[in-house]
Write a protein of this length. Sequence first.
Length: 485
Amino acid sequence: MAKAKTDKTTFYCTACGNEQPRWFGHCPACGEWNTAAEGPGAKAAGAPRPGPKRWVPAGATPREGPRPLAHVDVTGAERWACGLREIDRVLGGGIVPGSVLLVGGDPGIGKSTLLLQLAMALGRSGRRVLYVSGEESEHQIRLRASRLGEVPETLLLLCETDLEAVLEAAAAIGPDAVIVDSIQTLSRADLEGGPGTVTQVRECALALMHYAKGSHTPVFLVGHVTKDGAVAGPRVLEHMVDAVLYLEGERYQHYRVLRAAKNRFGSTNELGVFEMLDSGLREVANPSEAFLSEGRRLEPGVAVVASLEGTRPLLVEVQALVSTSFYGTPQRVTSGFDPRRLAVLLAVLERRVGLKLGRHDVFVTVTGGLRLDDPGTDLGVALAIASSFRSRPLLERTLVLGEVSLSGELRRVARLDARLREAAHLGFRRAGFPRVQAADAEGVALEPVPLGTVREAFEQLLGERVATPRPDEPAARAAGGEPEP
């Protein structure tokens, strides 16, 4: 009697979902290392290969065939507010019915708290919400909800990890929104592998997407992240959903930032700002005030820039520290700023302004845990470095804007008028910006300081030198950091 052929083992790349017949250390599709995960065995040649069927509720009628796009009725498909303005801003104006949204973030950053507050806000507005938890018990969630305020009667809780049970409960209840915490805890009985494997995560997300599109119910998924900060599981998970939101921020700081890495129904440049309190996440109405130092003392190495995050100008404080290096290679350390861009700015300062920074360590940080990607903040970072190096603080209540080119000239920044109005609202007195945009600053209650180059900004916006302790004055002179006359 011939021996039955066994199933063939396949391997998947957890970064891109590429399938290979044998184990691999380097993914040939995306180039990542050590991302191979064993998947369910494929049937031998000639044997039937049953796959997971599309989930449909019991008694449902078959879907219709192709229909003209012009005949599709969009009545009732308008966005609806979720009750949290910062989430509505990130989503592009509200929740779209039938959308699938993936929320990721580091452990302990506040993902579950944020979505539980979202569920309670939707419940208070009269909408029925199904909150599915596969990681916590009912008592644990009830204790956490008691800190967030009054729990509405329309918020329903289901502690379950079986996908079929979750979908059947959702089909029977007919909620206005479904929240799943988390997608890595769900599993299907007809698939091999435990919860969190590549196949389970992909097929469970696909079934939830079918439910959302078929019932026009928005579904929120919580996703674990890897050590690199990306959502764990196959990359196809991010391609299936309509929006990918990341909750960012330092774990031991108060502020959290919600960003959209993908959004089919809005911009990916908007951000929402929250403050973590004992009573949950509180929306920050004016983030600019939160990210600026309360004292705003005149100290070297501090500059205020206006970063454009979507439609919202955000005033952020940049701090720089320049010190004599005691190593063969000077250190360049950044937090919230691109280190490659920092290297370009240091080269411009040395070549165009004459600052000898080759033997000095340079440290740059952005307060509040934010990350500056806007090129209009280049001038502020450059002046903060020059201010620390020369011990000359910037003029009091001065905003700095401008993109720095390799020639040392200042280029235009987007929506200069909105940034200047935000600075005037917060009590700033003057603003340095590219001279080519002088007309855009008319009518703003700020003293305009048009600038053409970085050297002009260095000469006009830095104040008098302040005394700072320098333990090794001769070494500082030899390094090119001698005090100005």
